[in-house]
Design a protein around this ligand. Structure first.
Ligand SMILES: Nc1ncnc2c1ncn2[C@@H]1O[C@H](COP(=O)(O)OP(=O)(O)O)[C@@H](O)[C@H]1O
Ligand SMILES: [Mg+2]
Length: 245
């Protein structure tokens, strides 16, 4: 068995056709081990969001191969019969904007996914509360999204991405609205969760506060990736942050 959490080979994506076609991805290779958090860094328009949307089965690539946990999900066409189930069970998303459901309180926003996956309500809420605690936002469990600060909303969104313990987590600028301590806290939590649950995590970011924490970074430019070693700095603040609450 392949141990690879995420494997992408020669992935391309063309938007549109003819004269106005845009080749957003021109042959991307990338792999992330279970338990690993890698950074994806590149200038605006370089294809970062396109790559995450392809891997997240939100848009269809044009060609190439994508595998999760060693199993191909795309090989020049989708191989999974049910893309919605694939997204729900295999992939956690964290977006720039939190997209919480406005008429559900915090705990139900997070508990919804395990409920949809068939878990009992009580167990779903317990699991949601544990993740909210780890993200230092459990005291807001009964608040509505509109009552939260931007940083709190983002932490709830991250809790929601992690609650089903998916093998893959895709995060597009997850720490942009957060201060330094909370940004490092989030990266620390992603690292802890990745190790504990063997999750493969890709973090798209420009955030100078968190870039030094990655052990491996993929740079993307003009639709192609190249890999670089990162600094892999220890997360002192984060250990403090996670244990103190
Ligand atoms: N829906 C779309 N239709 C046409 N072109 C798009 C679409 N989405 C993105 N693009 C183009 O694809 C390229 C990569 O975009 P994107 O993946 O959003 O880059 P990034 O996230 O790195 O800023 C850009 O040239 C962008 O204009
Ligand atoms: Mg983008």
């Amino acid at each position: 068995m392949e141990r690879t959490g995420i494997a992408i080979e020669q992935l391309t994506k063309r938007y549109g056709s003819g004269q106005t076609a845009v080749d957003a991805l021109k042959g991307v290779d990338l792999s992330v081990e279970p338990g690993e958090v890698v950074g994806l860094v590149g200038p605006s328009g370089s294809g970062k969001s396109t790559l995450l949307k392809c891997l997240g089965a939100v848009i269809e690539p044009s060609s190439g191969v994508m595998k999760i946990g060693g199993s191909p999900i795309y090989d020049n066409r989708w191989l999974a019969g049910d893309l919605r189930a694939l997204r729900r069970d295999k992939i956690g998303f964290v977006f720039q904007a939190p997209y919480l459901i406005p008429f559900l309180d915090v705990i139900d926003n997070v508990a919804l996914l395990p409920m949809l996956a068939g878990e009992r309500n009580g167990a779903s809420r317990e699991r949601a509360l544990a993740v909210l605690e780890a993200l230092d936002v459990a005291h807001r469990a009964r608040a509505m999204p509109s009552q939260l600060s931007g940083g709190e909303q983002q932490r709830v969104a991250i809790a929601r991405a992690l609650v089903n313990r998916p093998p893959v987590v895709l995060a597009d600028e997850p720490t942009a609205p957060l201060d330094s301590k909370r940004a490092l806290g989030v990266i620390g939590l992603l690292n802890d969760m990745a190790r504990q649950y063997e999750t493969a995590v890709i973090v798209v970011t420009h955030d100078e506060k968190i870039i030094p924490t990655f052990k491996r970074i993929y740079h993307i430019r003009d639709g192609r990736t190249h890999e670089e070693a990162g600094e892999g700095k220890a997360l002192y603040e984060t250990a403090d942050y996670c244990s103190g609450h």
